[in-house]
Design a protein around this ligand. Structure first.
Ligand code: WTA
Length: 663
């Protein structure tokens, strides 16, 4: 431990709350604590504040229609277009200001600035091209691209013509792409030839075409050529494949009138992991989602048009959708995106970017902060980060030590830190302090945002009170909420509402949203989120379903049964631990272990790569035959095993424990 670390520990360790810095409050978008009462007393009309941040082509009639819960409708009969809101309306004042600053992998020095004028132009051209390919309003277009500018261009082009997009994270496997395209009946794919990762070109198109082999219907494909010819792969394009550049050139200078969309029309679909093996297609709408992304960007991230705002997430996840693309662009600011990783070419990458572009906000994940902390403060300390005004985190619980390190070494104790709890399903932030208003408590996300109502309850739905752990619930609808799971209203009700609602009631007050997280409330109403209570792991802030991983493993030849649990991990938060029973006649070999790891990577992607594969003759099961995951988790984390008396086969536990310890 270095000396500064010791000082920091001594000075900050005892401190468990922090006031927002005065210099920040003075200029904050929101600084009046009255906002909480005002919104509560004027609910749901308070959400006009969010709608007012957008430009509507037709005014809405009602803020909220809650007559058919949980199928809530917001800003009913209003019309707007998301691409017009993110582009056209800023042109008068900001045509020459940067909309996107893109920092490519430092391989070919390919950084690009898109002004609002340029972005508007390219979005129009690509929208014209998509139309020409046959894309019509409400057709789902799948976007399978890494962090290249053509991804937000394609998103906005889709929005312009009223075609919902479904972005599939580029790190996902071919199988994952196919599953999502089939589930969404998506007949269009925009992808790229390849991209750089740690200096090396990756063949992305090969993965995309393998995925397409698994799609049950015909697909028109567009390929962005990201790699310069010397690094390009010798792929031959199948029929119905077109080059992005050629398409855009063919439509040079064309404009496409933004389509008027109903507030409740789908803006996009995003697949996320749930309890069962089948990913959930979360449906977000044009009016509610966009207003939520814009309002939270303004109130929580304190974004102003003149800012240069940096969120280090990937657009393939919801954080990138809401807080790299839609929120910041709706507010007319400069949003940054970077390709690559924070430690290539070295551990200075992010700090160099912040220094060079004079970024005003940094929004990142606890897993990244823990890695920065481990690498040491000498990297950030050797850069001028004084442009930063606000720091944010999202994706998983942040431990107080990491929070304080972030506050001190990145924020120089002069930036508020917003710890924002939310989910793919919520569209945007839900629990967090308002940076210009609320006291910050490291480790605790904070109260619900104004106009929201959340609580911590026990299994029967009664509030647990301060200090007790229970389940997080959201008691009132909000504009950014998911509207349903695509083509599956039943699953929507079962997953999120059935637990704590009276599902036979038409009264909105009887409906309670359950995010499937555990939480704790303190005496000030601050909520500490403890993590998922369903079979979902949070690996480096990414949601992975244990069932998805298990079904990939049992698909490997030689595997009879598998159980997947989360094990503690210093950097990733959680890591994938798998317990595997081999089929009769198969040995517990290194080859099989490799095949299992490969099987998981093929089915999902490298993010789901198992940290440990533990062979075992049996899995601990209850008398009714359910796998005791809690026990497997305790074993993975070398914790006390607690009560094993309900097991049918208690002897197997010691056996597994011995194996894990010897691995
Ligand atoms: C977890 C990411 C604690 C939580 C935006 C949630 C958090 C899941 C926090 C959603 C936070 C997210 N503190 N836990 N600040 N933010 N989570 O859908 O378990 O990828 O349910 O959305 O991440 O993950 P998702």
């Amino acid at each position: 431990m270095s000396e500064t670390d010791v000082d920091l520990e001594a000075r900050l360790a005892e401190q468990d709350s922090f006031e927002p810095p005065e210099s920040f409050v003075e200029q904050a978008n929101v600084s009046d604590p009255e906002i909480y009462d005002e919104f509560e007393n004027n609910w749901p009309e308070c959400w006009e504040a969010a709608a007012d941040l957008l430009e509507w082509t037709d005014d809405y009639d009602q803020v909220l229609d809650d007559s058919n819960p949980p199928f809530y409708q917001w800003f009913t009969d209003g019309e707007l277009n998301a691409s017009a809101n993110c582009l056209d309306r800023h042109l008068e004042e900001r045509a020459d200001e940067a909309a996107i600053e893109w920092v490519g992998e430092p391989v070919d020095e390919d950084n690009r600035t898109y002004t609002y004028g340029e972005l508007h132009r390219e979005v129009n051209e690509f929208a014209a091209a998509l139309r020409d390919l046959g894309v019509e309003e409400d057709d789902v277009v799948t976007l399978y691209m890494p962090m290249i500018p053509e991804l937000p261009v394609a998103m906005l082009a889709c929005a312009r013509i009223g075609a919902p997009h479904s972005v599939v994270f580029a790190g996902f496997s071919a199988d994952a792409l196919a599953t999502r395209m089939n589930a969404a009946d998506s007949e269009y794919l925009v992808t790229c030839d390849g991209y750089y990762r740690r200096g090396d070109p990756l063949d992305h198109f090969d993965k995309a075409t393998t995925g397409l082999d698994g799609v049950e219907h015909a697909v028109d494909t567009v390929v962005v050529e990201r790699l310069p010819s010397e690094d390009a792969f010798p792929n031959t394009w199948p029929e119905q494949t077109r080059g992005y550049d050629e398409l855009v050139e063919n439509h040079a200078g064309e404009t496409v009138e933004p389509v008027d969309r109903d507030a409740e029309d789908m803006l996009f679909l995003m697949y996320t992991s749930g309890t069962t093996g089948q990913p959930k297609g979360v449906k977000h709408t044009t009016g509610g989602y966009l207003s939520w992304a814009a309002w939270t960007s303004q109130a929580v991230l304190d974004i102003k048009p003149d800012d240069t705002y940096f969120c280090s997430a990937d657009i393939g996840w919801i954080t990138g959708h809401s807080y790299i693309v839609y929120g910041p662009l709706a507010l007319g600011t400069t949003t940054m995106m970077y390709e690559g990783t924070p430690d290539y070419p070295d551990r200075n990458r992010l700090w160099e970017i912040i220094e060079e572009y004079e970024a005003n906000q940094l929004y990142t994940a606890p897993t990244a902060i823990r890695a920065f902390m481990k690498w040491g403060e000498e990297y950030p300390d050797s850069h001028d980060l004084s442009s930063l005004r606000l720091l944010g985190t999202v994706g998983e619980p942040i431990n107080p030590r990491a929070w304080k390190w972030y506050y001190k070494h990145i924020g120089d104790e002069s930036c508020p830190v917003v710890d924002t709890w939310w989910q793919t399903e919520t569209g945007g932030m839900m629990l967090t302090t308002l940076p210009g208003v609320g006291e910050m408590k490291p480790g605790s996300a904070g109260p619900p945002l104004p106009g929201l109502s959340a609580d911590v309850v026990d299994m029967s739905g009664s509030p647990v009170g301060a200090g007790e752990a229970g389940y997080l619930v959201v008691n009132k609808p909000w504009p950014g909420m998911l509207r349903t799971l695509y083509n599956n209203d039943d699953r929507f009700i079962n997953e999120y509402w059935r637990e704590y609602s009276n599902v036979d009631s038409d009264d909105s007050a009887d409906w309670v949203y359950f995010p499937e997280d555990g939480a704790k409330l303190d005496e000030d109403g601050y909520i500490t989120v403890l993590g998922r209570v369903d079979d979902v792991l949070n690996v480096s802030g990414h949601r992975l379903g244990t069932m998805e991983i298990e079904s990939a493993i049992v698909g490997v030849e030689g595997v009879a049964e598998a159980a997947v649990v989360g094990g503690d991990h210093d950097i990733k938060g959680e890591a994938v631990y798998t317990y595997v029973i081999t089929e009769d006649g198969y040995e517990e070999t290194e080859e099989l272990r490799e095949a299992i790891i490969e099987g998981v990577e093929d089915a999902i992607g490298p993010i789901a790569r198992p940290e440990a594969v533990i062979f075992t003759p049996e899995l601990p099961k209850t008398r009714s035959g359910k796998i005791m995951r809690r026990l497997l988790e305790n074993i993975a984390n070398a914790e006390d095993l607690g009560d094993t008396s309900t097991l049918r086969n208690p002897e197997v536990v010691e056996d597994i424990q011995r194996k894990v310890q010897s691995d």
